[in-house]
Design a protein around this ligand. Structure first.
Ligand code: C2E
Ligand code: MG
Ligand code: MG
Length: 270
């Protein structure tokens, strides 16, 4: 335990300088539309190349960045990088392309006080709001502080869409879906992982899709790793899919190759 807390302290210290030392980078993971099989969106995912420890997973360092507060600067940086990237990709490959950016409850809390430069940046880049999707977790809604509610309304008025990440792992409150005007639900990968025909996870995913569609919400399935999962999700009417089967998160240059070559997707019959 002592070793763990020493490692945490070290990461917290190093993380302070990671931005200025250019050790952080943004990878992009494709999100395909089941209907047309097209590459419609990408999720921006943060990566940290630590000089001694190699690649440190965001699952490990985001909670530390949240505790120390550095998530605010880091999150603003990710947003700026992703916004410039989507501008470039819209001009070059796909006029309606969207990039989604994760925003943690801590960012909502702090930015309520410090103001939010995200909209100003979009205006500066002459980008419409619908070029980005902000991914939030249920935690941000559950806090239900007026701060996050107000910011979500500001996003909505600016045309920025909102996705509810890791759906099914928290409270999955149906009331919140309506109250906060959610555009997308992202079914958590823990449901997709065990999905086989006739399984209870398949029934759950199907129920989520039906419910979401009734509320006018689109559904993205995360963590698709097998052709069978892809086929089942498409068959139950899921709108978008994301996962290693399609592609792992990759650097921007590598992502561009996917626009050029297209993505090989499993054939769905019936
Ligand atoms: P998330 O937003 O739910 O992102 C999806 C995670 O699932 C990513 O992990 C992605 O690499 C992984 N994934 C995608 N497809 C598959 C698959 O087929 N199989 C498996 N096993 N995993 C898959 P990653 O990149 O390690 O990110 C972990 C979490 O860290 C993210 O979960 C998100 O909550 C957080 N995160 C990442 N970047 C940022 C950021 O810029 N800001 C904030 N606030 N959080 C971030
Ligand atoms: Mg996400
Ligand atoms: Mg997720």
């Amino acid at each position: 335990m002592q070793q763990q807390s020493r490692q945490r302290l070290r990461l917290a210290n190093d993380l302070h300088a990671a931005l200025s030392k250019r050790q952080l980078t943004v990878f992009y993971q494709p999100i395909v539309e089941f209907g047309g099989g097209t590459l419609a969106k990408a999720e921006a995912l943060l990566r940290w190349r630590h000089p001694d420890l190699g690649m440190v997973s965001p699952a490990e360092f985001i909670p530390i960045a949240e505790d120390t507060g550095s998530i605010v600067d880091i999150g603003d940086w990710v947003f700026a990088v992703a916004a410039r990237q989507v501008k470039h990709w819209r001009q070059r490959f796909h006029p309606c392309f969207q990039v989604s950016v994760n925003k943690s409850p801590v960012q909502f809390r702090k930015q309520a006080i410090e103001g939010n430069g995200w909209l100003a940046l979009l205006r500066e880049l002459e980008l419409p709001g619908d070029s980005v999707v902000v991914e939030i977790t249920e935690g941000a809604l559950l806090e239900a502080s007026s701060a996050s509610r107000e910011q979500l309304l500001v996003f909505r008025d600016a045309g920025i869409q909102v996705a509810l990440d890791d759906f099914g792992t928290g409270y999955s409150s149906l009331a919140y879906l309506k109250k906060f005007d959610i555009d997308y639900i992202k079914i958590d990968q823990s449901f997709v992982r065990n999905m086989v025909a006739e399984s209870s996870d398949m029934a759950l995913c199907e129920a989520i899709v039906v419910m979401a569609h009734k509320l006018g919400i689109k559904v993205v399935a995360e963590g698709i790793e097998t052709a069978e999962q892809y086929q089942l999700l498409k068959r139950i009417g899921c709108d978008y899919g994301q996962g290693y089967l399609i592609s792992k998160p990759v650097p921007a240059e590598q992502f561009e190759l996917l626009f050029a070559t297209g993505i090989a997707l499993p054939v769905v019959v019936g």
